[in-house]
Design a protein around this ligand. Structure first.
Ligand SMILES: Nc1nc2c(ncn2[C@@H]2O[C@H](COP(=O)(O)OP(=O)(O)OP(=O)(O)O)[C@@H](O)[C@H]2O)c(=O)[nH]1
Ligand SMILES: [Mg+2]
Length: 535
C-alpha cells in the first residue's frame, strides 16, 4: 500500500525507449524492489508468467506493450509512480500523452544497438520541456557495444552529457555485474529472493581476493584500465544539471538479470524532481485565451486526465480514467468540479494502481496518479478543480494519416460494434468518424498497428468480428464556423465530404489536396484545423 504520508514527495516518472529495449522488463524489476511483485515473471516467458504491466491479451501474445500502464509503490521515503510506455511508433500518441503526466523519465538503451529511431523522437519531446533523464544501458549480458563508444553514441545523437554512475564488468557470457563508481562496490541479486539483501562485494581495492574471485584476473585488469579512463575523461555528476535536463546519470546493466536496477531506482528516488508548476488556459479555453501557472502548493485541488482505459478488468467491464493530481489535496468523497461540463462530481472510489491490482485510496497529493471509474463522462485532457475555470494545456492530439472503413461480419452485432468503437475511440486507441451521408464508420490512425489492436479488442472485449476496407481519405480537418447558418450551408454543399468525430463535431474529409484547397477557397470564413484540438 502506498504511504499517504503528507510529507513524502512524489516521484512520477515514465520509462521510455525504442521497442524492445527492455522497458517492461525493467518496470517489473523496479516493482520487485518496490515489493509490489514478489515473483518476477519474464516478458514473453513460456511458463505463462508475464510482466504485470503488460496485462492486455494482445500484449501477452505479442510480447510488446500496446498501452501505457501506471504502477505506484513506496520506496525509501518516496511515493513512486512509474509509467511503462509502449515503444512502437504506432502507439506513440499514448506515450506522448503519458509524458504529460510525469516529471522525469528513465530512458532504456539496448546496448548492442545504441540509440534507435524512436528513442530520438521521444527524446525530442523530453528536451522541449527540459525533462530530467536517467539512462539505463540495458542487455549487457549479451554482446554489447564498448561502454565508452556507447556513451559517445548517446551523447552525440541525443545531445546530452552522460555521467556514468556504474560501470559494466565484461559483457555477454563474461558479464559479471556492475561496479558502482561512487560506492566502489559490486552488487549482485543473482537468484535472490529478497530485494533488500543483495550480495555486496567491497571493491575499493580491485586487487582484493574477493574481487578477483568474483570477476577473474582478466576482467579486473580491463576494469582497472577503464576506471582510470573514466576518472580522467568524465566529469562529476551534478544534481542541478540533471534536474535541468543537461546531464544524464548513466547506469549499465541487465534488467533481465537484475544488474544495475537497484542503483537506478535509488537514483530516481534520491534525485528525481517532485511535482512542478503546470500551465493552464483560462476560460473560454481558446488558443489565444490567457494562461497561468498552477504550482503544486496551490491550495485548490487540481488535476487532469491523461489516459482512459476500458476493460482493465474484463469481468467488470469497467472503464478507468487516469488523473494526475497537480495541486492541493484530493480526498475521497470530496466534491470536485469537472471543468468541461461545469458540473460537480463526487469520487467515491478513487483507485491507486499496482500493476493490474488496484486499491481504493483515501487521498492523493500533487504528483499522484489515481484512477476514476468512468461511465463515459470523462475525456482525455479533462481538468478537475474545486471550482476554478481553467484547463491544463499540453495534451497532444495527432492528425490521423491512414483510414479504414469498418465492415461488420455479423449484422446482428451492430450495437456492440458501435459501443466498442465509441469506447475505444474515447480511449484514444483509434479515431472514429461517421460519414454524414451514409453513416459508414471510418477509423483514422497514425500507424497500422492501431487498426490491428482495435480489431483484436473488438473480438476479445466486445465479441464483435469486424473487418476493414481501405478508405480513400488522405486526411481530416476539424472545422470552425462563424455561426450555425454557415455550418448548415457548408454541410449541405459538401455533404459527401462531411464526417463527424466521436464527439459529434463536424469535420471535412480530405480526398486530395486539390479537393481541400477548393473547399477552402470557396469558404474563406470557415477555419480548417488538422488536429482535433483545433490546432
Ligand atoms: N538478454 C537480455 N534480454 C533482455 C533484457 N531486458 C529485456 N530483455 C528481453 O528483451 C525483450 C523485450 O523486452 P521488453 O521489456 O518487453 O521490451 P519493451 O521495451 O517493454 O518493449 P515494448 O514495450 O514493446 O516497446 C524481451 O524478450 C526481454 O526478455 C536483458 O537485460 N538481457
Ligand atoms: Mg513494454
Amino acid at each position: 500500500m502506498l504511504d499517504q504520508n503528507q510529507n513524502a514527495t512524489r516521484a512520477t516518472f515514465a520509462i521510455i525507449s525504442h521497442p524492445d529495449a527492455g522497458k517492461t522488463t525493467m518496470t517489473e524489476k523496479l516493482l520487485w524492489f518496490g515489493q509490489v511483485i514478489r515473483e518476477t515473471g519474464k516478458v514473453k516467458a513460456k511458463d505463462g508468467h508475464y510482466a504485470k504491466s503488460d496485462w492486455m491479451e494482445l500484449e501477452k501474445e505479442r510480447g510488446i506493450s500496446i498501452s501505457s500502464s501506471v504502477m505506484s509503490f513506496p520506496y525509501n521515503d518516496r511515493a513512486m509512480h512509474l509509467l511503462d510506455t509502449p515503444g512502437h511508433k504506432d502507439f506513440s500518441e499514448d506515450t506522448y500523452r503519458t509524458l504529460t503526466a510525469v516529471e522525469s523519465v528513465l530512458m532504456m538503451i539496448d546496448s548492442a544497438k545504441g540509440v534507435e529511431a524512436q528513442t530520438i523522437k521521444l527524446m525530442e519531446v523530453c528536451r522541449m520541456r527540459d525533462t530530467p533523464i536517467v539512462t539505463f544501458m540495458n542487455k549487457y549480458d549479451r554482446e554489447a557495444m564498448d561502454p565508452f563508444a556507447l556513451l559517445e553514441n548517446v551523447e552525440k545523437i541525443l545531445n546530452i552529457q552522460c555521467v556514468p554512475m556504474t560501470w559494466p564488468i565484461g559483457s555477454g557470457v563474461d558479464f559479471k555485474g556492475v561496479y558502482d563508481l561512487r560506492n566502489k562496490t559490486i552488487m549482485s541479486f543473482k537468484d535472490a529472493k529478497d530485494p533488500f539483501n543483495p550480495t555486496v562485494i567491497d571493491a575499493s581495492d580491485l586487487n582484493a581476493k574477493t574481487v578477483i574471485d568474483f570477476i577473474g584476473e582478466k576482467l579486473k585488469i580491463t576494469l582497472q584500465e577503464e576506471l582510470e579512463m573514466v576518472e580522467t575523461l568524465i566529469g562529476d555528476f551534478s544534481t542541478e544539471e540533471y534536474l535541468h535536463g543537461i546531464q544524464s546519470p548513466v547506469f549499465f546493466g541487465s534488467a533481465l538479470n537484475n544488474f544495475g536496477v537497484k542503483e537506478t531506482l535509488d537514483m530516481i528516488a534520491n534525485h528525481s524532481p517532485g511535482p512542478k508548476a503546470r500551465e493552464v488556459k483560462n476560460a473560454p479555453y481558446e488558443i489565444d485565451s490567457k494562461t497561468q501557472m498552477i504550482a503544486p502548493d496551490n491550495k485548490e485541488f487540481t488535476g487532469f486526465i491523461f489516459k482512459i482505459q476500458a476493460n482493465m478488468d474484463k469481468k467488470h467491464r469497467d472503464r478507468v480514467a487516469f488523473m494526475r493530481v497537480c495541486s492541493g489535496v484530493f480526498t475521497r468523497n470530496q466534491k470536485i468540479f469537472h471543468v468541461r461540463s461545469e458540473k460537480d462530481l463526487k469520487i467515491a472510489a478513487p483507485l491507486m494502481f499496482q500493476a493490474q491490482d488496484r486499491e481504493i485510496t483515501e487521498m492523493a497529493l500533487p504528483g499522484d496518479i489515481i484512477g476514476l471509474h468512468d461511465t463515459g463522462k470523462f475525456q482525455i485532457g479533462d481538468t478537475f478543480t474545486e471550482g476554478s475555470k481553467f484547463m491544463f494545456t499540453g495534451i497532444p492530439s495527432f492528425a490521423p494519416e491512414i483510414f479504414n472503413k469498418v465492415v461488420l461480419k455479423d449484422p446482428m452485432k451492430a450495437k456492440q460494434l458501435e459501443k466498442g468503437l465509441q469506447q475505444l475511440s474515447e480511449e484514444g486507441t483509434v479515431q472514429l468518424f461517421t460519414r454524414h451521408t451514409t453513416s459508414e464508420k471510418i477509423l483514422g490512425a497514425v500507424g497500422v498497428l492501431q487498426f490491428e489492436v482495435v480489431k483484436y479488442r473488438l473480438e476479445d472485449e466486445y465479441n464483435v468480428h469486424a473487418d476493414y476496407e481501405n478508405y480513400s481519405f488522405t486526411g481530416i480537418r476539424w472545422l470552425k464556423f462563424e455561426n450555425e447558418k454557415d455550418q448548415a450551408s457548408f454541410i449541405d454543399n459538401n455533404s459527401s465530404n462531411i464526417v463527424y468525430d466521436n464527439k459529434k463535431r463536424v469535420c471535412f474529409s480530405v480526398r486530395s489536396e486539390w479537393d481541400l484547397k477548393l473547399a477552402q477557397e470557396k469558404n474563406p470564413k470557415v477555419v480548417f484545423y488538422k488536429n482535433s484540438d483545433y490546432k
